[in-house]
Design a binder for this molecule. Structure first.
Ligand SMILES: CC(C)(COP(=O)(O)OP(=O)(O)OC[C@H]1O[C@@H](n2cnc3c(N)ncnc32)[C@H](O)[C@@H]1OP(=O)(O)O)[C@@H](O)C(=O)NCCC(=O)NCCS
Length: 105
């Protein structure tokens, strides 16, 4: 995905969709998937990850709604969160998020 800013588009990654079969939830599978995914994104040197999700779940992986507050999105602000994989990557970024067409947004 992209963050469209005045000076151009900044690349980011959307963590979605995310789901664990109900009878397997709360066994740590979701957490392992997220940590493995973030590890791969670090290896790929992706600077910014954005997620729409539960405000009490994603902060434990470092996501923060505050970090995303300068990003315009169609979502409730408390459920839209950002994580920097590169220190300072999202500082001073002000813009509107643009998802891949498959998201239908
Ligand atoms: C969110 C989800 C992926 C987590 O997967 P999981 O394998 O159950 O996650 P883990 O076992 O690693 O972590 C369980 C923790 O998630 C928390 N959690 C699960 N669903 C939650 C929810 N809807 N709101 C807040 N916290 C939630 C649990 O409270 C639990 O916390 P605890 O460890 O403090 O008890 C899974 O619950 C799911 O598929 N939910 C339905 C789909 C969904 O809502 N996806 C998110 C859209 S981005």
């Amino acid at each position: 995905m992209w963050i469209d800013c005045e000076g151009g588009a900044i690349p980011a990654v959307a963590l979605a969709p995310m789901s664990v079969v109900p009878e397997y939830q709360r066994r740590g599978i979701g957490g392992q998937l997220i940590r493995a995914g973030l590890g791969r994104l670090r290896d790929l040197r992706e600077p910014i990850v954005l997620v729409l999700g539960h405000e009490h779940y994603y902060p434990r992986f470092g996501f923060s709604a505050e970090k995303a507050e300068n990003l315009a999105s169609p979502f409730a602000p408390e459920a839209f969160m950002a994580l920097e994989l590169e220190r300072g990557a999202i500082d001073d970024v002000v813009g509107r998020v643009r998802y891949a067409r498959a998201f239908g947004l």
